[in-house]
Design a protein around this ligand. Structure first.
Ligand SMILES: Nc1ncnc2c1ncn2[C@@H]1O[C@H](COP(=O)(O)OP(=O)(O)O)[C@@H](O)[C@H]1O
Ligand SMILES: [Mg+2]
Length: 357
């Protein structure tokens, strides 16, 4: 887009053109006036310093024309300045009253800084609106995720109190499972909101990360084998890393849980490596993979791949968002990329020498 010249330049230009116009009008006009007067009415020209009547009329006309020209330029300039400013002021009041759809009108004649002001204001209003939309989406999504376990709990407890269900250890285990699910959801939400506000604090320590993560693999070995996964771990030995081992274990757990829930049984590769000053934890499965259009967004909270399939699998949709939050808190990032074998690889990478808090 072509940038309009700055306000200062436009004001200088306008005033210069106006001054030039007035000077040209009076100088050239005087030449023409005296040429005509000398040719046709020589007696009408005064011989003294006092102007004659015709000359007085000419001076009067010149003043009126010059004033007219000045007023014309002033109106044009102020309109160019004030129209966008008024539009911003009006929209600002609208936004202050909660109507976030208000946008300032971009006048095609708006100049440099005022045009920029209109653009900035509109960008701010757009951001406010999308933040509000996001918050509404979050509230609805959280309410939705809370509803299922709470409904189940209420039904079972009501059944128990009315004697419909006979108390049994399986029933209580089921109830406990729902409460644990709720607890996880609350903890995930807490991690995400702490990360959003920049308050996710890490308990960093220099640890043998392979050993720390090995315990998670051990815990998952049985359920993975039960589902038909072949677990292969390649951990770089003696990798002493300064990190928050509890959070990294939590991230690996979320990735392994996802493999259990969403991946097809096959080889599941977990690698921990150090390269280019980064530490990388990679979990790679054999399929079905994540659509490339979705892969960039999959770390957003409540984003699911195939909704019907994912919902049935029972996750809350926050697992990968938490993984990303943990990676970011380590000064790194989390990415999802397709593998050559049709599966997906989830990578958490963070700089080893990161001086992040
Ligand atoms: N290993 C995987 N293979 C295929 N799809 C996956 C895998 N991991 C995650 N996904 C997709 O990413 C979505 C988001 O994952 P996540 O944030 O952990 O939420 P949840 O597991 O609770 O559904 C899942 O719903 C699923 O569609
Ligand atoms: Mg998950």
């Amino acid at each position: 887009m072509k940038r309009a010249p700055g306000l200062r330049r436009q004001i200088i230009q306008s005033l210069a053109v106006m001054a030039l116009g007035i000077i040209l009008m009076s100088v050239c006009g005087s030449y023409v006036f005296y040429a005509i007067a000398i040719a046709y009415l020589p007696e009408s020209i005064s011989d003294t310093w006092i102007p004659s009547r015709v000359e007085m009329i000419w001076i009067g006309c010149t003043i009126v024309a010059a004033l007219g020209m000045a007023v014309f330029f002033a109106i044009r300039l102020s309109r160019r300045l004030l129209t966008p400013l008024n539009s911003v002021a009006y929209s600002l009041r609208e936004v202050a009253q909660g109507r976030l759809t208000a946008r300032a009108r971009m006048d095609e004649r708006a100049m440099g800084e005022t045009a920029q002001l209109v653009r900035d204001f509109n960008a701010m209003a757009e951001r406010l609106q999308s933040m509000t939309r996001e918050r509404e989406f979050w509230n609805a999504a959280i309410a939705h995720e809370l509803r299922t376990p709470v409904t189940i709990l209420r039904g079972r407890l009501q059944g128990l109190s009315e004697g419909v269900f006979t108390p049994s250890s399986e029933l209580f285990e089921g109830l406990l499972g729902q409460v644990e699910g709720l607890n996880r959801l609350i903890e995930d939400l807490r991690v995400l909101s702490l990360n959003d506000s920049g308050h996710l604090e890490l308990q960093r320590a220099e640890v043998d990360l392979a050993q720390e993560l090995g315990s998670v693999l051990q815990a998952f070995a049985a359920p993975l084998a039960e589902k038909g996964f072949h677990l292969r771990s390649e951990f770089e030995a003696n990798l002493r890393v300064k990190c928050d081992p509890v959070r990294l274990r939590q991230a690996l757990m979320a990735l392994l849980e996802n493999a259990l829930r969403h991946a097809d049984p096959g080889t599941l590769q977990v690698r921990l490596e150090q390269a280019d000053g980064d530490c990388r934890l990679i979990v790679e499965d054999d399929g079905p993979g994540i659509d490339s259009a979705l892969a960039a967004d999959i770390f957003e909270a409540f984003r699911r791949g195939d909704p019907s399939r994912s919902r049935k699998s029972g996750g809350s949709g926050l697992g990968l968002a938490v993984v990303r939050a943990i990676a970011e808190a380590h000064g790194g990032q989390a990415i999802c990329r397709p593998t050559g074998r049709g599966g997906s690889a989830f990578v958490i990478a963070w700089p080893l020498g990161a001086a992040v808090t």
